[in-house]
Each structure stands twice: as structure tokens, then as C-alpha cells.
Design a binder for this molecule. Structure first.
Ligand code: ADP
Ligand code: MG
Length: 242
């Protein structure tokens, strides 16, 4: 589980995270939702130790991780924007990441699943956006860690790849992994998320199931519930007790 307590982060005068308190349960799929710029990536980067919060604490399985680094071994992370040396071939990129992480990996399964065989000798800079994302997903999932954090994994993916991604995440969930992702793709949330966290202007506006969200917003379906929250920001839905 991940526990976030009173997390604050500002960039200059911009207050991005304004005292986030959040409990993310283990062995569940949690979707982090919120409009662009609401602080989703910043919060995730705080969990990864890539952004240093101004205030607050983060715990992974009851251990305080703020300022630590070893806990990252247990996290598979897909950044929203992955940057690697553009001249590396995909094959070399896989070797490099394996050298760094020094863990058993199953990249071949993903290479087959996403049809990446023909791209292994191509340079990163020559790949299309969608293929690059398939490579990034492979890099993030091939070590089979207990915690999976994916920041907009569907970006650029074609419908077939999105279906494959859903299958992988479903399987990982049955293996007892904790999965956290952000997305703007409603079907991913509707089909996978057991818990939804909605961030708005640096605060948690809602935490609960999809059904809770629909009921509390008074709307008929998920898409309209989200639209209602965005339209009427004064409609503060308190996080459910966790
Ligand atoms: P989201 O992922 O929800 O779209 P982000 O967490 O990426 O939002 O960004 C939240 C806000 O913080 C945005 O206004 C963004 O421009 C700003 N921001 C993020 N990172 C930085 C940074 N390193 N320096 C300055 N501003 C940043
Ligand atoms: Mg983001």
C-alpha cells in the first residue's frame, strides 16, 4: 500500500499539490484521474522520489520512503514522457536497462505481444510515437515488480495495443500486484479500475469506486460524472474513509 500524508509541492508561485492525503490499497488497480495540470504526474514523481515535496510524507508498505531510494527496486514505473538517448537501438536500450536494474526480466513476452521484433535494430529516434510507447511499456513491466505505476500508459497506443495492455494489467492484478495508473481513456478506467482517485487543483476531490462516483455526482454514467465535477468545482466530494 502507499500512504501519502499532507503532501505539498509548489513550483515557484504555482501551488501544485496542496496537502494531499491519500491511501492507495495493495492488490488493487487504482486509477488517478484529473484534468491536465491538476498534479497527477507531480504526485507520482513524489512517490518515485523524482520530485522532492516541500512538505509531507510518503509510506510504502508502512515504511517511510521520503528521501530513500532502495524501495524503488520494488516499483515498475512508466513515466509520462520517457527520455532515452535517441541514437540507441531498441535492442541496446533493453540491454542498458537490464544492466542498470540487474533483475530477471521477461522482455521477450512483450516483444512478441506488441510485435516489436522488427524494431529491435532500429534507433529510438526512428520509431513512431505508438511504437516508442510499446517499448516504454515493455521497459516498465519486464521486471515483474510488486508495485506498478504507469503515467498515461495508453498515450499513442492503437486499439489492439490498448487491449493487450488491459490484459497484462488484469493478469498482474490476479498475481497480487498493486497497480496505479493515470489515463484519460474512459474504457481503461471502466474496465480495470477498482478504485478511483480524482485530483483537482492539487487536492483529492474523490476516492472510491466507479459506482460511488456516479452515484455521488448524481449523473447517469461515468463520462457525465466526470464532466459534472469539472463543470461544478464547488461540488466537493469527500474522499471515502479508507
Ligand atoms: P498532470 O500530470 O495532472 O497533467 P503535472 O503534475 O504534470 O499535471 O503538472 C501540474 C502543474 O505543475 C502544471 O501546471 C505544470 O506545468 C507544473 N509543473 C510540473 N512540473 C514542473 C516543474 N518541474 N517546474 C515547473 N512547473 C512544473
Ligand atoms: Mg501528467
Amino acid at each position: 500500500m502507499i500512504d501519502i500524508r499532507n503532501l505539498h509541492k509548489s513550483f515557484g508561485k504555482l501551488e501544485v499539490l496542496r496537502g494531499i492525503d491519500l491511501h492507495i490499497p495493495e492488490s488493487k488497480i487504482t486509477a488517478i484521474l484529473g484534468p491536465n495540470g491538476s498534479g497527477k504526474t507531480t504526485m507520482i514523481k513524489c512517490v518515485l522520489g523524482m520530485v522532492h515535496p516541500d512538505e509531507g510524507e510518503i509510506f510504502l508498505d508502512n515504511e517511510r520512503i521520503t528521501g530513500g531510494w532502495q524501495y524503488r527496486e520494488n516499483i515498475d514505473y512508466l513515466p509520462q514522457i520517457a527520455q532515452f538517448p535517441e541514437n540507441l537501438k531498441i535492442r541496446e536500450l533493453f540491454s542498458m536497462i537490464k544492466d542498470i536494474r540487474q533483475r530477471p526480466s521477461n522482455e521477450d513476452d512483450f516483444i512478441e505481444l506488441f510485435g516489436l521484433e522488427g524494431f529491435l535494430n532500429k534507433k529510438i529516434k526512428n520509431l513512431s510515437g505508438g511504437t516508442k510507447q510499446k517499448v516504454n511499456i515493455t521497459l516498465s513491466l519486464m521486471f515483474d515488480s510488486p508495485v506498478i505505476i504507469m503515467d498515461e500508459p495508453t498515450a499513442g497506443l492503437d486499439p489492439v495495443a490498448i487491449i493487450s495492455l488491459k490484459e497484462i494489467l488484469r493478469k498482474r492484478k490476479t498475481e497480487g500486484k498493486m497497480i496505479l495508473f493515470t489515463t484519460h481513456i474512459m474504457s481503461l478506467v471502466e474496465e480495470l479500475a477498482e478504485e478511483i482517485v480524482f485530483i483537482l487543483e492539487g487536492n483529492i476531490y474523490f476516492q472510491g469506486t466507479l459506482n460511488d462516483l456516479i452515484v455521488k455526482s448524481g449523473e447517469s454514467d461515468f463520462e457525465h460524472a466526470i464532466a459534472e465535477i469539472l463543470r461544478n468545482k464547488s461540488l466537493v466530494i469527500k474522499p471515502s474513509a479508507s
